[in-house]
Design a protein around this ligand. Structure first.
Ligand code: FAD
Ligand code: SF4
Length: 509
């Protein structure tokens, strides 16, 4: 019988995949912890640990189910630390005549595996990961002939395709999108329920990662590690979210608070991205909450959450496959500055930026608005090179994989694609940050001041950004009002000088 080797990457831990339905004595599954994957950017220790932990348990589960598994640990002697050499070595050692892999989500791995197969000299094949709700090229097809790829029409198409929150051909509640009801600041008296009560001890694994010399960033408490490690724990996170957090999800989706990192967010992105759970089971669970108890689960909360997964997540993946590899080089504003040092330490007097960064270093997590309107906003206003911004986001977040990181960072946050994903740059002065958070209350800077001693940097940088990029943004119909205000501004020169002074000493802010 022909011997087959089947590769499973670290973010392909889908236990319900059709591959695992049958056992075959001539088939081996290959999984590997490799420096190629730990070292392509500076990764957070929690990200490396969470992925390896889930991989090890997945391999154990496969063995328990009766499959044959070859698992290379990070410190193993016969681990060549890259995909290609490991695969070649095992093919020759086991006399494999057929190699198969699941479609990778990342372009660089897609190319690497295609090239490898072309040179292996044995039969090879591919298979879908059976995880996403749209094909790689479905977004590209959907927007064929259009210049703009707006998320909303694609989201509506997906709602119909999967019959989610629909009454026949119409959206339930008479509206597709309840976004404008999802923008409340967190009141002082709101109690955020504690997280689900599992905790994992990853001490041995963290020791192994450190012993192998992997360079990481961020903190970890190895005896109390709370990212879900398998399908069972991922389902507990989902269940906890549905019971305790979903009723308030939409209300406080955009709120930020210096005492709570997670608020009413689900923390499901890691489990989803490594495929411990399927997006449709998350969406269906959330939709059922509303169908069974619409009083507890108001439609705006439920629709707001479903839109993130059925809409944004699938759309971002489609944008990625429609535009890679070129997307990874886009730099619409030609930004060239280095990422300030405080992105690696959180040591800045800007309370909002310092908090969002320290929280990211502590938990490998920040929610969407912290990523978009604090760290991303500052990087864009400060003119940081998108490559450096991308590398930071790709390394620091537990859920960061290029297909969803780069479209959010380079696209939505840095507008480096010139408006493919977003209709205008996501920048703000301190007004928005003050409206959505309690950060400004205890900041060194004065939120209300635009220039002068202790003036909030976001205020002058915001206007200077628009002034500097007038030729690129003036004709954007969503921005006209900004230039009208800028023209009328009495203290424009003082403001621009303040911004220039701040940018000169950005590391001291
Ligand atoms: P929730 O707020 O509970 O949302 C539920 C789910 O919706 C998430 O788990 C996620 O799967 C999905 N989702 C929400 N927003 C988006 C979005 N914009 N794009 C794709 N999926 C979305 N998400 C990642 O999974 N990986 C990344 O590397 C990543 N990088 C980002 C970088 C920037 C600059 C920004 C602005 C956003 C990024 N996001 C990324 C999207 C979003 O911030 C995270 O998905 C979310 O914060 C994860 O936390 P959660 O699971 O508690 O999300
Ligand atoms: Fe951030 Fe400015 Fe508010 Fe300080 S005052 S927290 S720098 S927005």
């Amino acid at each position: 019988m022909a011997k087959t080797l089947k590769l499973i990457l670290g973010d392909q831990l889908n236990s319900r995949h059709s591959w695992f339905k049958k056992k075959n004595p001539d088939e081996w599954y290959l999984m590997m912890e490799i420096r190629q994957e730990t070292d392509y950017v500076n990764h957070h220790i929690q990200k490396v640990t969470a992925i390896f932990q889930s991989m090890r348990l997945f391999a154990q589960w496969l063995k328990h189910e009766g499959h044959q598994v070859i698992y290379l640990k990070i410190g193993d002697k016969e681990n060549f630390q890259n995909l290609e050499e490991n695969i070649r070595h095992i093919i020759s050692k086991k006399e494999i005549s057929n190699f198969e892999y699941l479609f990778p989500d990342e372009y660089r791995l897609d190319i690497q595996l295609k090239n490898l197969c072309n040179s292996l000299g044995i039969k090879s094949g591919t298979c879908d990961t059976e995880h996403f709700l749209s094909d790689r090229l479905e977004v590209k097809e959907f927007f064929k002939g259009n210049k703009k790829f707006l998320m909303e029409p694609f989201y509506r198409y997906m709602r119909k395709k999967f019959d989610i929150l629909m009454e026949g051909e119409k959206p339930v509640g008479g509206k597709w999108n309840f976004d404008h009801e999802n923008r409340k600041k967190l009141p002082d008296n709101v109690v955020v329920p504690p997280p689900p009560d599992f905790q994992n001890d990853v001490t041995t694994l963290v020791d192994a990662i450190q012993a192998a010399g992997v360079h990481t960033i961020g903190e970890i408490i190895p005896s109390d590690f709370r990212w879900p490690r398998d399908r069972d724990q991922a389902l507990r996170v989902l269940n906890h979210f549905c019971k305790k957090l979903l009723p308030d999800f939409g209300n406080y989706q955009d709120a930020m608070h210096d005492q709570n990192a997670y608020l009413f967010h689900s923390k499901l992105s890691f489990a989803l991205n490594v495929k411990l759970i399927h997006p449709l089971e998350v969406i269906k669970a959330v939709e059922s909450c509303w169908r069974e108890n619409p009083k507890k689960y108001a439609l705006p909360q439920v629709e707001g959450f479903i839109r993130q997964i059925l809409g944004w997540r699938e759309y971002m993946r489609g944008i990625y496959w429609a535009h890679m590899p070129g997307y990874g080089k886009l730099n619409f504003f030609d930004h060239q500055k280095d990422l300030p040092e405080f992105y690696w330490t959180g040591n800045t007097r800007m309370n909002c930026v310092g908090h969002a960064i320290r929280q990211s270093l502590d938990h490998a997590y920040a929610h969407h608005i912290q990523r978009l309107m604090i760290t991303g906003n500052f990087a864009l206003l400060a003119g940081i090179h998108p490559d450096q911004v991308d590398h930071w986001y790709l390394g620091i977040y537990i859920d960061a994989f290029q297909w969803v990181e780069i479209t959010n960072t380079r696209g939505m946050s840095q507008f480096a694609d010139g408006g493919l994903v977003g209709t205008k740059p996501y920048v703000s002065s301190s007004n928005y940050i003050n409206k959505m958070s309690n950060y400004c209350n205890s900041c060194f800077y004065d939120q209300k001041k635009k220039f002068g001693d202790k003036a909030c940097p976001f205020n002058s940088l915001y206007w200077a950004f628009y002034e500097k990029n007038k030729d690129k943004l003036f004709n954007n119909p969503r921005i006209g009002f900004v230039y009208k205000s800028l023209d009328k501004m009495k203290n424009k020169e003082a403001l621009l000088q303040q911004a220039e002074a701040y940018l000169k000493q950005v590391n001291d802010l």
